[in-house]
Design a protein around this ligand. Structure first.
Ligand SMILES: Cc1ncc(COP(=O)(O)O)c(C=O)c1O
Length: 384
């Protein structure tokens, strides 16, 4: 009987959540609320939807393997780096932090597209790390990092969070001559915390040349803290850094699977060697190009998220529940009860959250009515 490689046989399988329809059928419930995967509850941009319907007639053709138009749109957007949020937003434009308001030229040769940023994590690992090599990552953080590293026979060195944040000093201490990659989720999933510019700059000063820093910024567009680290600065300074972003979160296109990476041209060229020629599909490329232009949709999504955050903070405060202030579209809650028990009790009432570890849950900030429903059901479950 065929056997997987030794490396793959050691991986604990990722257990995907059941489709919402399946859960509803099993539990005999209707109108459940999915607050488990940090998706944008407002839906995709109408411009993206229009682009999708315009693309349907050409589905007999292969996509553009180079992603020409999307990479050009990204290059233009990143190079202009318009201050976010927009002037019309109730939130003041940020002039520092996150590279916002600061211009860095990013050429199309410095961009790589992926089937979700998830695929780019895999490609980066397969390009730069081999059997016996190590990757340093935080714990808890995005689980895909360690799975990708294990799949090629590498070892993951997990550094515990400190105050729910990446402990970048401890992560720098964990680097050895075997380290090829250091992963940072900024903001972090599941805790929603960020690392500041000062912390990140200090880390970059300490790291040796010849290892890749992967900065996963899947939730970048939600961040409002002006102290947010500026990873593009280090890319532009020529460092070994890969910045990952996605259309799955604020852009509302998780189902299409498209994300991108920014890195030096030679890093992108090496990763392109093992990228499947048509890894991103034509619908996703076109929808993402339009979503990128629709700043109003992004700003509205951010505003709805900020309002939802405020509401949830107030309600959780009044219930005396602990939560970690978030820079994302989800909230991490250390609880007193067993997380699986609470998760299942919420599920039975039609609210799907994510249990994390033994005594934590993570809830995605939803639409106002979804947030209200979560709070009502949580109250009921906790008083049982
Ligand atoms: C930190 C982080 N990185 C990457 C991803 C994957 O995003 P994508 O849909 O672009 O593969 C997620 C999705 O949940 C995430 O939370």
């Amino acid at each position: 009987m065929i056997k997987p490689t030794e490396y793959v046989s050691r991986i604990k399988p990722y257990v995907p959540g059941k489709p919402i329809e399946e859960l509803e059928r099993e539990l005999g419930i209707k109108d459940s609320v999915k607050l488990a995967s940090n998706e944008n509850p407002t839906g995709p941009s109408p411009w993206a939807l229009q682009a999708i319907s315009n693309s349907l007639n050409s589905l007999n053709r292969y996509p553009d393997g180079s992603g020409y138009y999307l990479k050009n749109a990204l290059s233009e957007k990143l190079s202009k780096n318009p201050p976010l949020p927009s002037d019309k937003s109730p939130f003041p434009p940020l002039t520092k932090g996150g590279g916002r308001g600061i211009t860095y030229r990013v050429s199309t040769e410095e961009i790589i597209l992926g089937n979700g940023s998830n695929e780019l994590i895999d490609i980066a690992v397969r390009t730069f790390l081999g059997p016996g090599d190590e990757a340093v990552m935080a714990h808890p953080s995005f689980v895909v990092y360690s799975m990708a590293v294990q799949s090629v026979g590498g070892g993951g060195v997990q550094v515990p969070l400190k105050d729910y944040k990446h402990d970048l000093d401890a992560m720098a201490d964990a680097v050895t001559s075997k380290t090829r990659i250091l992963f940072i989720a900024n903001p972090n999933n599941p805790t929603g915390t960020i690392n500041t510019r000062t912390e990140f700059d200090r880390l970059m000063e300490r790291l040796p040349d010849g290892m890749l820093v992967v900065v996963d910024e899947a939730y970048h567009e939600y961040v409002t803290d002006p102290e947010y680290a500026d990873s593009l600065k280090h890319f532009r300074a020529g460092r070994d850094i890969l910045i990952l972003r996605t259309f799955s979160k604020i852009y509302g296109l998780a189902g299409l699977r498209i994300g991108y990476g920014v890195a030096r041209q030679d890093i992108v060229a090496e990763m392109n060697k093992i990228r499947a020629p048509f890894n991103t599909n034509s619908i996703a490329q076109r929808a993402a190009t339009e979503a990128l232009r629709d700043e109003e949709h992004v700003n509205r999504s951010r505003e709805i998220n900020e309002e939802g955050k405020k509401f949830l903070y107030q309600e959780l405060d009044s219930l005396g529940l602990k939560y970690i202030p978030t820079e994302t579209n989800f909230i991490y809650m250390p609880i007193e009860q067993d997380s699986k028990t609470i998760y299942e009790a919420l599920l039975k009432q039609g609210v799907i959250v994510r249990p994390i570890g033994q005594k934590e849950i993570r809830v995605t900030i939803g639409l106002p009515e979804e947030n209200k429903r979560f709070i009502e059901v949580l109250k009921a479950v906790l008083s049982e």
